[in-house]
Structures are given as structure tokens and as C-alpha cells.
Design a binder for this molecule. Structure first.
Ligand code: ZN
Length: 214
């Protein structure tokens, strides 16, 4: 029997894309990239893969925003309660245009929001830095999924964290590098290496037959 496969398309939101002049845009997230992601997602869907999305969804007072830490600037790293937190420009604030998912919403069966707790950041679609789970794992378990494909923005943050958390929870995980963009080249290269070392399969483009065979 064919394994049930879900694709988790991470954080395709205005604030993370150059296409929308996002405040925290990953390089090369232009209209061409968005069209490629949308087309590939439609192909997977046609092939029987169920499509989930994640959506970064912060309150204005979120801990990850540099403006909420007087004297700090974006991209600095600070220690909070023994956790390392990268500080970001304010982004993906709930109910703002920048937080909207900008590929066709009809593609998605489910959108899982993350990062709504002001005290904890949440790169992973499965849980935040405080260990509080989203609905993701329960939804995937209820759906009988065993294989998880992950791609989107950003390779070195939310794609990586979501893929690793899926791997830890026992799913077979495939990351599609060509449908993902990272914030910096160095952290993207090390994220891909780290995922591969954990046993996550990295492929460049979608290939439904190859994905079925994994
Ligand atoms: Zn965020």
C-alpha cells in the first residue's frame, strides 16, 4: 500500500518574500520562486499528497522582535532563560498583510499557525521553543501520514526545525532544496548538512515517482 504523504509548506508569507518587499525577506524569494512553489505544490496535490502549510503568527509584543528589547538591533543574538534567541525585525504580525500566505489558499488542506505565544519563538511547525506543541502532530497522526515532505522559507530556520521535529516524531522526512530559500548561504549549507546527517533525505526538485519509492 502506498504510504500516506503530507507536504508541509513552511511560511510562504509576504513578510518573508522579496516578491512583497517583506521586512524579513529571504533572498531570491521573488515571483518566479513563488510560482515554482505553487506549481510544484499543485503537482504534488494532483499526485495524492495532502498539502499543509505553516504560518508564522506573532503578537506585536513578541519576544523575537528586536524592538521589544531596548538597545538591541535585528539579527543580534541574545540569551533568554538559557535559550538562544535571534532577534528579528517585527514580522508576520497577526492579521496584517505581511502575515498572509501568498500562494493559492485552495492548495492547502490545513494551515497550522505558530509563534502566537509572546514569550516563545517557534521556527518549527510542531512546537515552540517552550515545548508547547501545535496541532500539527495530532493532525498528522489522525490523518495516518507516515511520510512528510518539507519545503518553503526559510531553509535555515523554519524548514530545518520543522523537518527535524518531524524526523524526531518518527516520520520519514524529505526536504526539497529547490523549493526552499535560506536567509544566509552559510547557515543554509549547514542546515542542509545537519538534516542530512540526521537521516533526512534532501532532494533538489519534486519527483513524485522518486518520492513514492522512498
Ligand atoms: Zn517569526
Amino acid at each position: 500500500m502506498k504510504e500516506k504523504t503530507v507536504a508541509i509548506v513552511t511560511d510562504i508569507q509576504g513578510d518573508f518574500t522579496t516578491a512583497k518587499n517583506g521586512v524579513l525577506a529571504a533572498p531570491d524569494t521573488d515571483e518566479t520562486f513563488l510560482a515554482k512553489v505553487a506549481d510544484a505544490t499543485a503537482v504534488l496535490r494532483k499526485h495524492g499528497v495532502v498539502i499543509y502549510g505553516t504560518q508564522d503568527w506573532h503578537p506585536a509584543g513578541h519576544i523575537s522582535f528586536a524592538v521589544n528589547h531596548p538597545g538591541r538591533t535585528p539579527f543580534e543574538t541574545i540569551e533568554i532563560d538559557c535559550r538562544t534567541q535571534v532577534l528579528w525585525p517585527p514580522h508576520c504580525i497577526q492579521d496584517t498583510e505581511g502575515a498572509e500566505i501568498i500562494i493559492d489558499s485552495d492548495l492547502f488542506e490545513n494551515i497550522v499557525r505558530k509563534g502566537h505565544n509572546p514569550r516563545f519563538d517557534s521556527y518549527s511547525g510542531f512546537q515552540d521553543d517552550g515545548g508547547i506543541e501545535t496541532d500539527m502532530n495530532d493532525l498528522l497522526k489522525a490523518g495516518g501520514f507516515t511520510k512528510v515532505i518539507v519545503y518553503g522559507i526559510a531553509t535555515d530556520y523554519c524548514v530545518k526545525a520543522t523537518a527535524i521535529d518531524a524526523h524526531i516524531r518518527g516520520y520519514k522526512v524529505i526536504v526539497i532544496e529547490g523549493l526552499s530559500k535560506g536567509i544566509t548561504p552559510d547557515s543554509t549549507a549547514s542546515a542542509l548538512k545537519e538534516m542530512e546527517e540526521k537521516g533526512i533525505v534532501i532532494i533538489d526538485e519534486i519527483d513524485p515517482a522518486k518520492i513514492d519509492a522512498m
